[in-house]
Ligand binder design. Structure first.
Ligand code: PGA
Ligand code: MN
Length: 477
């Protein structure tokens, strides 16, 4: 059996460092699974051009990867300022929620200040609370609330630029989950029929329901990924998992909205919940942050990636490392190397956390048990909707390759998110046996499976015009 199949999938974020055809080609050839477009930075025009470029390069490289559009969701930001301002310790500073005029109130002008794009800010905060700007690099304490501005003191000084992200830990902000800009960029995702939409700052299951109905209204059914990045998302995690197709542990914002020392435990708990519900899970942010400017990882980063692989997450993700970093290709190599090494050290086991109710799913689990008992075996699954592949993936059959065949290109690309799944595109014939023969020929030809090994095949067989779920055991000789 080919041992080079990687179970942990890699997502990279495309940006100025990688949005050219040459680098995209190398990344796609080098084994990335999903390309993420971070719409907190790009506009519709860039998205449209970039998606078309990725599709073109995939065709040239003869390897189809999936595309994820990550939309901004409810986010508070500072307004425009000229250049960069240095905010000094103990300096008084105002946050305005309305355009301010000199005549109205002279007090604001004795101090510097900036606009904030959230008019209800003043209602949601209390005097004494701390507001975090630019990932917590600047911190302001609220001294006074006024009708259209907050009077604050700088407690952690730093450099302020235009459109800095503001976090209000523990405060439920009253912004719609889908903004007008989100809807505008979603139209590009719909037009280009991409595979995944990730929604930022998902606070409750209803946010996912609304996004899904917007997409369905436009006759589009991408998979929806809920980014868990604040306390509301954590409180409502179970319901969010049930409504979403996958979860992203957005450790960047999560580590600001919650004390950072809690992140490892939150990561473990979110992964366990996803394993219990059989939903794919992504670990994101800072996995190789030092490689934005260095060609090799820190040992701490190696450990962080290893930990995620040991936890059997579906995907590990790169953000700044590939969007603006100097070493995007090296980052992929590092992730691949660590994944291979750690995956081959995992003890033979499968996911015991998942509760299965449907008889069909219990049958799929018995196929996993059989494959592991035999040892020299791979699972071959035929799936039109991707559901069986997702279930088998969620069973986390360690040391047991899974080959998933589909006749649908969207499902094929969507299976790239799934732990352990090697997707294949194949025409399904009337005659099931002929389809199976074609699949096995393909696996032997590309050395995915070896002569002498066992194929455990999950398929439907038609008997007396009835479709019967079947497990077949075939010795490849
Ligand atoms: P972002 O999300 O990169 O869109 O902010 C990920 C995170 O917060 O970790
Ligand atoms: Mn975020």
């Amino acid at each position: 059996m080919k041992t080079t199949n990687r179970c942990t999938k890699i997502i990279f974020t495309v940006g100025p460092a990688t949005d050219n055809e040459k680098i995209l080609h190398s990344l796609i050839k080098n084994g990335v699974d999903i390309c993420r477009l971070n719409m907190a930075h790009g506009n519709s025009e860039w998205a449209s051009i970039t998606i078309q470029k990725i599709k073109k390069v995939c065709n040239n490289a003869n390897r189809q990867i999936a595309i994820m559009m990550d939309i901004k969701g409810p986010e508070i930001r500072t307004g425009e300022i000229e250049g960069v301002w240095e905010l000094k310790k103990d300096e008084l500073f105002n946050l305005y929620t309305q355009r301010y005029e000199h005549e109205q109130d002279s007090k604001p002008f004795q101090t510097r200040g900036v606009m904030v794009n959230y008019p209800k800010l003043i209602n949601d905060v209390q005097v004494g609370q701390v507001i975090l700007i630019n990932n917590g690099l600047i911190q302001l304490k609220i001294l006074e609330k006024n009708s259209n501005y907050l009077h604050c003191k700088v407690i952690v000084p730093g450099l302020l630029k235009s459109k800095c992200h503001i976090n209000l830990p523990g405060i439920k902000i009253d912004l719609p989950s889908l903004t007008e800009k989100d809807k505008e960029v979603l139209l590009i995702a719909i037009q280009e029929n991409i595979e995944f939409i990730a929604l930022s700052f998902v606070r409750e299951a209803q946010d996912i329901v609304e996004l899904r109905s917007f997409l369905v209204e436009h006759n589009c059914k991408p998979k929806i990924i809920a980014k868990i990045e604040d306390q509301s998302g954590l409180i409502n995690l179970t319901e969010i998992i049930k409504q979403s197709d996958a979860i992203m542990i957005a450790r960047g914002d999560l580590g600001i909205e919650c004390p950072y020392e809690k992140i490892p435990i939150l990561q473990r708990d979110i992964i366990n919940s996803c394993l219990a519900y059989g939903k794919p899970v992504i670990v994101a942010t800072h996995m190789l942050e030092s490689m934005v400017s260095a060609p090799i990882p820190t040992r701490a980063e190696v450990s962080d990636i290893s930990n995620a692989v040991l936890q059997t997450v579906d995907c590990i993700m790169l953000s700044a490392e590939t969007s603006v970093g100097l070493y995007p290709l090296e980052c992929i190599d590092v992730m691949k190397k660590i994944s291979h090494e750690i995956e081959s050290s995992l003890p033979l086991s499968h996911n015991e956390k998942i509760e299965l109710y449907l008889p069909k799913n219990k049958m799929l689990r018995s196929a996993v048990v059989l494959a592991q008992e035999l040892g020299n075996a791979g699972i071959v699954v035929f799936t039109r909707t991707g559901k069986s592949a997702q279930l088998i993936s969620s069973l986390r059959a360690i040391q047991c390759p899974i080959f998933a065949f589909t006749d649908n290109i969207s499902i094929y690309k969507q299976m790239r998110i799934l732990w352990g799944i090697n997707p294949f595109l194949l025409a399904f014939l009337e005659d099931h046996n002929a389809t199976i023969d074609h699949a096995l020929e393909k696996l032997l030809k590309d050395k995915s499976m070896k002569q002498g090994s066992y194929a455990i095949i999950l398929t439907n067989t038609i008997i007396d015009q009835k479709s019967i779920d079947t497990i077949q055991l075939r010795h490849l000789i």
